[in-house]
Design a protein around this ligand. Structure first.
Ligand code: FE
Length: 382
C-alpha cells in the first residue's frame, strides 16, 4: 500500500515544486509529481498537506541532549527521549554527541546508543560524534578540563568497536593531531577541528592530512585577526572545509551568519543545534558533563565561567533564522539542513527528496515548524 502526500510545496536541494504530490511506498520515495494529483489508487493512504511545505528530514550531526536527557547519561531511555524530542524539531537522523569525559563514561554512552539502534523508535542514528577529549586547554568552552587527553586513535577505535563513530572533534594543533586525522580518514570517520587555538598554518597542515570539518564554526576557535586569520579566517578562505554552524543568533550573531553565507554560500555549511539537556525545558539550573549550567533567556552558560554551554535551539528554528537573515532561496538554503550533512557522512539514501531515496520527510508550516514527520516511511504526528 502506498501513502500519497498531496497539495504540498515540495522543497529539496535544487528542487521547488509549488503544488505537487509525493508517493511513499514502504520506506522509499516512490514518485514525485509536479502537480497536485487527484486520481489516487483505491486503498492508498492520502495525506492532504493543505498547502504546507514538504522538506527532507533534517540531519543534526551535533546534539548532546534534550528534554532533560544527555547522550552521556549512559541509559538507552535517555537516547530514546533525545531521539523522540529531536524528531519533534524535524530531525530524522542525528549524531549523538559526547563531551570530554573519561573513557568508561564514553563507553557507556556508546553502549546506550547501540542499544537504541537495535530498536530505533524515533530519529535514526548516523553514528556517534565524539566531541573531545583531545581538545585544547586554551579553548575549553563548556568542556571539562579534568578529562582532556592527547590524541589517541586506539581510544577512538575502542569506542568505535562498541558503536560506530561518525565524527571526532578535536584540537588540530596538539601533538599527534596530524596522525589522528590520517587514521580517522582510514577508518571512514570525519575529522573535525574543535576547541582549538590553532593558527592558519596549523589548519593548512591539517587539511593536507585530511581535515574535513570545523566544529561549531566561530565558537571556541581562534578568531580572525588581520595579521593572523586563525580558524575563523580559515573557514572563510578555504573552499571545501565544511562548517558546522549554530544559528540561534546567540552563538553566532546575525551579521556573522550573513558574512559566512555570503562567502561560503549554502554549499559547505551544516546547521547544528549543539543542543543540551535543557532544550525544550524552562530556564533554570542544569548540568553538562558534570559542570553546573544556568539557562537564562534560552542561553545556556557554565555557571563558573559564563562560557556558552551548548544551546537550547530547536532545529527548525535554526533554518528559519538563517532563511530570514540571508534571504537565500529555500531550494538552496535547505541544503544546510540535510543534503550537506548526508554528503559529509557518506549517507547515500537520505538528505534530499528524490525517487528511490528513503522516505525521511517533514510536513512543515510557513514558520518551518514540523507538523508531521516520516522516518523510513513511518508517519509521526507531531
Ligand atoms: Fe563544543
Amino acid at each position: 500500500m502506498s501513502t500519497f502526500i498531496t497539495n504540498c510545496r515540495i522543497v529539496s536541494a535544487g528542487l521547488d515544486i509549488a503544488n505537487g504530490s509525493l508517493e511513499i511506498k514502504n520506506d522509499i520515495i516512490e514518485n514525485i509529481f509536479h502537480n497536485n494529483i487527484t486520481e489516487i489508487p483505491t486503498g492508498s493512504e492520502i495525506i492532504d498537506a493543505q498547502r504546507n511545505i514538504v522538506f527532507p528530514g533534517f540531519i543534526d550531526i551535533h546534539t548532546h541532549g534534550a528534554m532533560g536527557c544527555d547522550v552521556t547519561d549512559g541509559k538507552v531511555e535517555s537516547i530514546e527521549k533525545i531521539a523522540e524530542t529531536k524528531l519533534r524539531e524535524g530531525v530524522t537522523t542525528f549524531c549523538p554527541t559526547t563531551l570530554t569525559l573519561p573513557f568508561e563514561d564514553l563507553k557507556k554512552a556508546c553502549e546506550s546508543v547501540e542499544e537504541y539502534k537495535r530498536n530505533t523508535t524515533f530519529a535514526k542514528v548516523a553514528g556517534m560524534h565524539l566531541e573531545g577529549p583531545f581538545i585544547s586547554q586554551k579553548a575549553i568552552g563548556a568542556q571539562n578540563p579534568k578529562f582532556i587527553k592527547k590524541p589517541d586513535i586506539n581510544f577512538v577505535r575502542d569506542l568505535h568497536n562498541v558503536s560506530k563513530v561518525a565524527i571526532v572533534s578535536f584540537a588540530i594543533e596538539v601533538e599527534g593531531a596530524s596522525e589522528l586525522i590520517a587514521e580517522l580518514n582510514k577508518m571512514g570517520i570525519v575529522p573535525s577541528c574543535a576547541h582549538s587555538s590553532a593558527i592558519y598554518a596549523d589548519f593548512k597542515k591539517a587539511k593536507k592530512y585530511g581535515l574535513k570539518n570545523i566544529t561549531h564554526y566561530c565558537n571556541q576557535i581562534t578568531p580572525l585577526h588581520h595579521r593572523e586569520i586563525g580558524l575563523v579566517g580559515a573557514g572563510l578562505i578555504d573552499d571545501d572545509v565544511k562548517l558546522e554552524l549554530i544559528c540561534d543568533t546567540i552563538h553566532v550573531c546575525p551579521d556573522m551568519i550573513q558574512l559566512t553565507f555570503k562567502v561560503r554560500h549554502a554549499d559547505n555549511i551544516m546547521l547544528i543545534t549543539d543542543s543540551m539537556s535543557a532544550s525544550w525545558l524552562k530556564d533554570g539550573n542544569y548540568k553538562l558533563g558534570g559542570l553546573d549550567v544556568i539557562v537564562e533567556n534560552c542561553a545556556a552558560r557554565i555557571a563558573a565561567s559564563g562560557a556558552l554551554a551548548g544551546s537550547t535551539l530547536k532545529y527548525y528554528q535554526s533554518l528559519k533564522n538563517v532563511y530570514d537573515i540571508t534571504g537565500i532561496p529555500l531550494s538552496e538554503i535547505i541544503k544546510v539542513t540535510s543534503y550537506n550533512q548526508a554528503s559529509s557522512l557518506g549517507l547515500k539514501d537520505v538528505g534530499k527528496i528524490e525517487k528511490g531515496y528513503k522516505a525521511d520527510l517533514l510536513i512543515v508550516d510557513s514558520n518551518f515548524k514540523p507538523l508531521k514527520a516520516f522516518v523510513n516511511g513511518k508517519k509521526f504526528i507531531l
